[in-house]
Ligand binder design. Structure first.
Ligand SMILES: [Zn+2]
Ligand SMILES: [Zn+2]
Length: 367
């Protein structure tokens, strides 16, 4: 790899993505340089481009979940999967870093995703500090970043097809405390919803109903494991409620997972879940506005359990990897990735992701 490394930089919200040249970084002890094989353009990147996330230090190099080959390593390097890592190894990393491990959120409340020191590659790391994002030919892996070997059975396209959506889905299913035989409704058929469907199926769900759009994603939702896929644009909430009840002994689903990111999904989800059931809200990664619910009728009288879900932890990253290693051959994760774009076509990739022409764009910075 040369000393000049190209990266696609988001200089500010709504500005065109620019290709910039970065100097190859000097590596302190415990650091590494990853030659990027694949990164992704996900819904979060569209939100970043719209300026809808607080505390983003533009300019940034987006691309928070990425995979590649170690180009340079300084000192012995061990992954959080326990493997010793060397130059030439196929490696993936947990995008969340600098979680402090000492604050109240980390230690007292055991909610490290709410640690104030926490930073995320491609989201809250500034390009002024260097190659902290996957839309680049190489990524600087600072000391302490959680690394893991990419299993031989998992291709770069499998890994990025799952990507951040799969990590989030592992966390969602954990929050849902899914039991064998539970009926599940998944609201949203984007990258998070599709992986949630696959994990619910593998986790022993009985009936799985997906609600989303467009038709191509509903077809993929069925192949990821949904029994029924309802087009949200062609039905009313009342029709969807009737359909879900008809599939769940007239009760509603044991578990409803919100991965739609639309405010209207929440009052609907509260109706779709059965009395005493569980509702996990994970799609509201940005503030999409207020919504109106009836607390007596939709929560108290139903005796519901409602849980939020924010970010992910190293355990979700490693378990996502284990699921890919075991199931990538049978679950079509790679099909979640719609098309692969070079660095100089990422404006187009963002537009395609925004318009839902593709579920997720893959990035190959060497194409
Ligand atoms: Zn902390
Ligand atoms: Zn993402």
């Amino acid at each position: 790899m040369s000393d000049r490394i190209l990266a696609a930089v988001m200089t500010a919200p709504r500005k065109p993505i620019e290709i910039q040249e970065f100097k190859r970084p000097d590596l302190p002890h415990g650091a590494a340089l990853l030659r990027t094989a694949r990164s992704e353009v996900c819904g979060t990147d569209v939100h970043l481009w719209h300026g809808r996330l607080a505390g983003v230090p533009y300019p940034i190099i987006p691309g928070h979940v990425s995979a590649g080959t170690l180009a340079a390593v300084r000192g012995p390097l061990r992954g959080i999967d326990g493997s010793d890592l060397h130059e030439g190894d196929r490696v993936v990393f947990f995008d969340v870093h600098r979680t402090c491990g000492r604050c109240r959120a980390c230690t007292v409340h055991r909610t490290p995703t709410r640690c104030a020191a926490r930073r995320v590659y491609g989201v809250t790391d500034s390009a002024d500090e260097g190659l902290f994002g996957g839309w680049a030919q190489a990524i600087y892996l600072e000391p302490g970043v959680g690394l893991a070997r990419l299993p031989d059975a998992v291709s770069f396209d499998d890994y990025i097809g799952g990507g951040c959506g799969l990590l989030t889905a592992v966390h969602i299913l954990e929050r849902a405390a899914l039991r064998p035989g539970d009926s599940v409704v998944v609201q949203g058929t984007g990258a998070v919803g599709l992986s949630a469907i696959a994990l619910a199926r593998l986790g022993g769900a009985s009936t799985i109903v997906a609600i989303g759009a467009p038709a191509g994603r509903l077809d993929l939702a069925r192949r990821m494991g949904a029994d029924e896929a309802i087009d949200v644009t062609a039905t009313t909430p009342g029709e969807r409620l009737e359909q879900v009840r008809s599939l769940t002994h007239g009760e509603g689903a044991d578990v409803v997972l919100e991965a739609a990111g639309a405010s209207a999904a929440v009052p609907e989800g509260l109706d779709l879940v059965r009395d005493g059931g569980r509702y996990v809200i994970a799609g509201h990664y940005t503030d999409v506005g207020d919504t109106s619910i009836n607390v007596h009728r939709q929560i108290s009288r139903k005796h519901l359990e409602i849980r939020g879900c924010w970010g992910s932890e190293p355990g979700h990253f490693l378990r996502a990897l284990s699921m890919l290693e075991r199931y990538a051959a049978q679950v079509p994760w790679r099909e979640v990735g719609g098309r692969t774009y070079p660095l100089d076509q990422l404006n187009e990739a963002l537009a395609d992701a925004e318009s839902m022409r593709i579920t997720k764009a893959l990035v190959d910075p060497w194409q």
